[in-house]
Write a protein that binds this ligand. Structure first.
Ligand code: CA
Length: 250
């Protein structure tokens, strides 16, 4: 197991880059089959049996439940409660750039065109071959990790601006120098405003799962980050401590 071999570059790369896929599908058989195939490929898989479950999982209803960071959504169109097209529209309206692959029994050209027009990135009709589905997922994830789905715009909150591609952060228009870890922490926070992160989850996201050390590392980096971006680091407004849980942004 790679997880038992900390310190090797290969283990770190494969674990920190483990992609998370959400399957939105009401048919149990298909859902299980696709989930199993993707887990066998090494992906982390979440499932939503209804459109409403997906809305909640993706935090589109802005409920307290934090959205897990997702790298790909596989979306059925005919779903109970909220249908796939509406879900697709909602995601894009929320500026969520996650790649979407529609998996649908609706095979007409019009359906495909509508699907792509509301913001899906690929379309596969049922019945489908599992090999083709996995290959298409892989292709979308490759494009995603090359940054092709990232919005080029700046992340902004109050007087704080973060330019992802330029690795630059401005506070009140003044550039501040952040270390790579501080930058990645801030970027993660700003991409998921108000989401509460536990120290362990932050360690996993920023340091990688085979990081050897304890969660105090996170506290230390948060303190440094606050000193650089907060007006008053003792009364932080951007990175807030959520007692008993961890931290959240905003
Ligand atoms: Ca269905």
């Amino acid at each position: 197991m790679l997880a038992n071999a900390p310190g090797t570059a290969i283990a770190e790369a494969s674990l920190t880059q483990r992609k998370h896929i959400l399957i939105v599908e009401d048919e149990l058989l298909i859902r299980d089959m696709v989930a199993t195939a993707l887990r066998d490929e090494g992906y982390e898989v979440s499932v939503a049996p209804t459109g409403q479950d997906a809305v909640r999982l993706l935090n589109l209803d802005r409920s307290a439940t934090p959205a897990p960071p997702l790298d790909l959504v596989i979306l059925d169109l005919m779903l109970p409660q909220v249908n796939g097209l509406d879900l697709c529209r909602l995601l894009r309206q929320h500026n969520n750039p996650v790649p979407i692959l529609i998996l649908s029994a609706k095979a007409s050209e019009t359906d495909r065109v509508i699907g792509l027009e509301v913001g899906a990135d690929d379309y596969l009709t049922k019945p489908f071959s599992m090999r083709e589905l996995v290959a298409r997922c892989r292709a979308l994830l490759r494009r995603q990790s090359m940054g092709q789905f990232q919005p080029p715009d700046v992340l902004q909150h109050g007087e704080l601006s973060l330019y992802s591609q330029e690795c630059r952060v401005l506070v009140k228009g003044q550039e501040v120098a952040l270390s790579p870890k501080e930058f990645r922490l801030l970027e993660l926070f700003m991409k998921h405003p108000r989401r509460v992160w536990s120290r362990d989850r932050l360690l996993e996201q920023i340091w990688g799962m085979d990081f050897i050390g304890d969660s105090k590392t996170v506290d230390v980096h948060i303190r440094w980050l606050r000193e650089k971006i907060e007006i008053d680091p003792s009364k932080p407004e951007y990175i807030v401590t959520v007692r008993g849980f961890g931290y959240r942004f905003g």
